[in-house]
Design a protein around this ligand. Sequence first.
Ligand code: SAH
Ligand code: SF4
Ligand code: F3S
Length: 486
Amino acid sequence: MIKTEGQDADIGRCREAVDAFVRAHGAAPKACVVTFGCQMNARDSEKLSGILLASGHELVETEDEADFVLYNTCTVRDNANQRVYGRLGVLNSLKKKKPYLKVALCGCMMQEQKVVEKIKKSYRFVDLIFGTHNIFEFARLLADMYESDGMVAEIWEGTDKIVEDLPVKRKYSYKSGVNIMFGCNNFCSYCIVPYVRGRERSREPKDILREIEALSEDGVSEIMLLGQNVNSYGKTLEHPMTFAELLREVEQIEGIRRIRFMTSHPKDLSDELIAVMRDSKKICRHLHLPLQAGSDRILKAMNRQYTKAQYLALVDRLKKEIPDIAITTDLIVGFPGETLADVEETIDVVRRVQYDNAFTFIYSKRTGTPAAAMENQVPEKIVREGFDKLLAVVQETAKERAALLQGKVMEALVEEVNEQDPALVTGRLSNNMLVHFKADKRLVGKYVMVVLDCCHGFYYTGRMVDWLGQSKHTRLGKMVDDQWLN
Ligand code: SAH
Ligand code: SF4
Ligand code: F3S
């Protein structure tokens, strides 16, 4: 672990640039951070936002109002890249109207050499580029950008560093992601993540626990432990520790009421972890367990290290020990050599497991991965046919699963005021499903009991009730009971 030495001096340099901006424009520079991709990037963006705030920027939501735009990019599938290029085109026109607009790019896309070459050649208006390994140097890079006329570009090929104690601006007051490890060593043959995020490194348990304690003191009650494969946590530590052991310690932290984690690789999911989940009052009844494909031949070519039978046996063990667990997954259609008969194997697993939700992706060829060099790429028409068939089954089973809870009373964490209807709030259940119901917006961040009146496939509408299941509306004649606002 290293500390952020020199950070204060770098933030000081940024502040000088910010002061100069204020003198020229009469207000602090407005910064907009746009995040693409996964929870890892979302957490990185909170750190980047923390540095922007610490150096005197104001944070805004949209590019239109911004003086500084930072795209934290993802490259897991080509459409993620295309979205960034599309938005860069818009920024180029914006910059013509507002020449002092600064544009920065970071994240996974920047770890690809061909992307950086393309930006340097065709997107020369970009002011700063950096990668995933040196985000902790953002303050220095930002200061360099303000002091320079040309493009500042610094990408590291890899790192074994873990940097602690960066300033963080959390998106939510009541919940937070917590990195427990970085990188990935699995090299699934289709996946670019190990190339852009580097080798697996676990944070020291004491640093993780200290961070969660501080979050709890700051009002956070739900945490999401983050890693590309949390089940292999701790293997590279000086004093190795399992993920299940880490969870036991996290469970002890007062004030933390819900614990989530992602992602679990099926090959490393231990019986010890299942037991810890079963016995825990805090670990949510939800497990994201990516299957990717159901055909053994394809799983082998994907280098996933498990078979269909092993995966199904694991799910059986999970359901036996934790009957109310919700299982979700990721599926890929169109991996090189995959036939419609192979997709039927995936469909068979979906029917047997009865996933509560599944993210279904079309295979995207990523340069540099072993699968990209495979000759038997699948024609688009076949991919589409398999994808549509799989999606229909995924939606059907998810709907069936969701319907099972209709009429039940469950605890929800109120997350936000509903975007469509401000009289409603949106709550998240332990199983990760959402429920919309009438409630006072002051309940955001609180736990309430809700009866799930109506299931709409992927979400519910409901009513707040008291802890005995009585409707608050009819019994009290008002929607909010003061006990919940304390
Ligand atoms: N570490 C996580 C996944 C991170 S990427 C895990 O192993 O579970 C998130 C998802 O993107 C993957 O689960 C996979 O389904 C999908 N994905 C990754 N590479 C892909 C590619 N080349 N084409 C299509 N989907 C891909
Ligand atoms: Fe990619 Fe596989 Fe690592 Fe997940 S486990 S990030 S799919 S290589
Ligand atoms: Fe994308 Fe990088 Fe996450 S490639 S999925 S943002 S680790």
